[in-house]
Structure formats: structure tokens, C-alpha cells
Design a protein around this ligand. Structure first.
Ligand code: SF4
Length: 317
């Protein structure tokens, strides 16, 4: 992990958020990602930067003055007010790639300050890698939960150890399950994402089956499928260009989605493929809606009709 050198400038990251956080206030604690080795990700190689805690608290103060009294604080970033205008006042999302990596005492300080200024706040969310979760004890996670940090958004990408190793995820199936259980023990909800197609053509079946298995083992409250989109400049894009990684076809992506829906065992999980990267959007509660969702996917698969899929130009990251 790269540590910030004192005095190093912190540049506010762009907003990259889970769909369910669209009405949140976006509060940056870090930029980049501590685990910047994932070969498919646009943050590959991006340096982790920690924001000064006093800056974070000043932003919370400025937000509070604006929301409660309409006062603009001199010197505060205009983005604070732009984001505040779309804020529902209920949720805050901590940026960036894995804000849970923010040093624990400072994270507690930031959350306390938020709670103090916005006692009506309902929930704080953050991206968290399995490695971040492992850095914290269950008691520490419980303390964060008491301060309303209520949901971790975690990219698990695949349950297949070979795929995880190949894409530089830096964590195994087993360690991801342990991290998930730890968060649940602390009462923090989990929203997990997996990436269809990450095993390439050769590893497709195993990737889908192992991904269903890791989801079942963790048993999260929310799970979402994304479809692999090759990002120019990333190592995986380069592998694809060199012919060392074969992308599966749009209908094969759907096949993986169906395998995951049919083979994952949840207590109760809201599952979706609504993300813009996907060729087909499905959503529902598993296991309750398993048959309906699998049927929706099967209808498109058996028709073989590519016009039923989201066109490439409408797909996004
Ligand atoms: S841990 Fe997540 S944000 Fe960080 S590089 Fe990997 S995929 Fe990207």
C-alpha cells in the first residue's frame, strides 16, 4: 500500500459510485485505490492518496452551513454545493476506490463529525476491498457500524482462484468469504459485484460456477453482475490485443449470468444486472425470483436474437 507523504496535494477524485448511491453526498477521504493491481480496472496503477482529516472536517462543516443556513463558506470547493443540491440528506458515500483503507482513528473522527453535524443521517457507505476488511478487527468494524457506516460495496469479481490470481485481485476465494463473514458479524451490509466474462472463453464455465459458489458462501444482502468491458490502457486490454485473452460473446455473457442465478444459494439477496455494462437487465430477490429471472435470461438465450440485447453503443462502465 502506498502511504501519503505529508504535504502531498490531494486531488478530488471524479464521482464513480454504485447505482444505489445516486442521491448520496460524495465525501472523498482518499483517491485512487490501495490495491491498484487489478488488470481490468481503470484504477490500475493509480496511486493511493489520503486526504487530510482537517480538510474532510472542513468540508463537512461547509456542507452543514450550506444545507442548514444556505451559507457559502469562502474557499470551499464549488463541487460541495453542486453535490449538496442533489443530496437527499439521508446518505453519504465515502470516496474513493476503497475509502475503508483510510486510517482507522481518522475514519472514526470523520464519521463522528458527520454524525455530529448531521444527526439525521441514515447511512454511510463505502467501497471496501476484502483486504481492507481484513485490516480491521470485528470490534473496529462494529464501532464503524455504530457510527452509521452501514454498507460495504465490494468487488469480488470472481470466485475462481485462478481468475483472481490472473487478474491481480490479490485475494483468494477463501479470504473473500472470511472478509464477508467478518463484515456481517459486525452488522454491516454487503453489496457484492462480480464480473461476467472475467475468466475469458477458456475459463468461462468454471468462473461462473465458482462465482456462484463464492456468492453463496458469503450470502450477501445485495449482489450485482457487471459485464467485462475492456478498458484501453489496462493490462487486460493489452492481453486481449495480443491474443492472450479471449472475450466471450454477448450471448455467452448471458450464459454466465444464468449459471450464477441458477447455482447461487442465498438466504435472501437482492440480485441485479442493471448496471449499464450488461447486455440484459434482470433484477429480483433470490431465491424467491430465481425461476422468473432464469426464465427471462433463457428466453433471450434460446432465441439467439442479439437485437434483444443492449446495443454496444448504450453499454457503459
Ligand atoms: S480493488 Fe477495485 S478499485 Fe482497486 S484496482 Fe481492484 S477493481 Fe479497481
Amino acid at each position: 500500500m502506498e502511504a501519503r507523504r505529508e504535504g502531498e496535494a490531494f486531488k478530488r477524485p471524479g464521482i464513480f459510485r454504485p447505482p444505489s448511491e445516486r442521491k448520496s453526498y460524495f465525501l472523498p477521504l482518499t483517491s485512487g485505490c490501495s490495491n491498484n493491481t487489478c488488470t481490468f480496472c481503470g484504477l490500475y496503477g493509480a496511486k493511493l492518496r489520503m486526504r487530510d482529516i482537517e480538510d474532510v472536517k472542513h468540508e463537512i462543516d461547509a456542507l452543514s452551513l450550506y444545507v442548514r443556513h444556505g451559507i457559502h463558506v469562502a474557499g470551499a470547493d464549488e463541487i460541495v454545493y453542486a453535490v449538496a443540491r442533489g443530496w437527499d440528506g439521508r446518505r453519504v458515500f465515502l470516496q474513493d476506490g476503497d475509502a475503508l483503507v483510510y486510517p482507522f482513528p481518522k475514519l472514526v473522527d470523520a464519521l463522528r463529525h458527520l454524525n455530529e453535524k448531521f444527526p439525521e443521517l441514515e447511512r454511510v457507505g463505502t467501497y471496501a476491498t476484502p483486504q481492507d476488511i481484513h485490516r480491521r478487527s470485528v470490534d473496529e468494524l462494529r464501532e464503524l457500524r455504530r457510527l452509521k457506516l452501514g454498507i460495504f460495496y465490494t468487488g469480488i469479481e470472481s470466485g475462481d482462484d485462478d481468475v483472481l490470481q490472473r487478474v491481480g485481485k490479490g485475494v483468494t476465494h477463501h479470504r473473500m468469504v472470511e472478509a464477508g463473514k467478518k463484515a456481517k458479524e459486525a452488522g454491516i451490509a454487503l453489496s457484492l459485484t462480480v464480473i461476467l466474462g472475467l475468466g475469458g472463453a477458456e475459463g468461462s464455465t468454471r468462473h461462473a460456477m465458482e462465482t456462484a459458489r463464492v456468492l453463496s458462501d458469503i450470502d450477501p444482502e445485495y449482489a450485482g453482475a457487471l459485464t467485462l468491458t475492456l478498458v484501453p490502457g489496462t493490462p487486460l486490454y493489452h492481453e486481449w490485443q495480443q491474443g492472450n485473452f479471449t472475450l466471450i460473446s454477448p450471448l455467452e455473457f448471458l450464459g454466465e449470468l444464468k449459471t450464477i442465478v441458477e447455482n447461487s444459494g442465498f438466504s435472501r439477496c437482492f440480485f441485479s444486472s442493471m448496471h449499464a455494462s450488461n447486455y440484459l437487465s434482470v433484477r429480483g430477490e433470490l431465491p424467491r425470483d430465481r425461476e422468473r429471472i432464469a426464465g427471462e435470461i433463457e428466453r433471450v438465450l434460446s432465441s439467439g436474437d442479439a437485437s434483444l440485447l443492449r446495443p454496444e453503443f448504450l453499454r457503459g462502465l
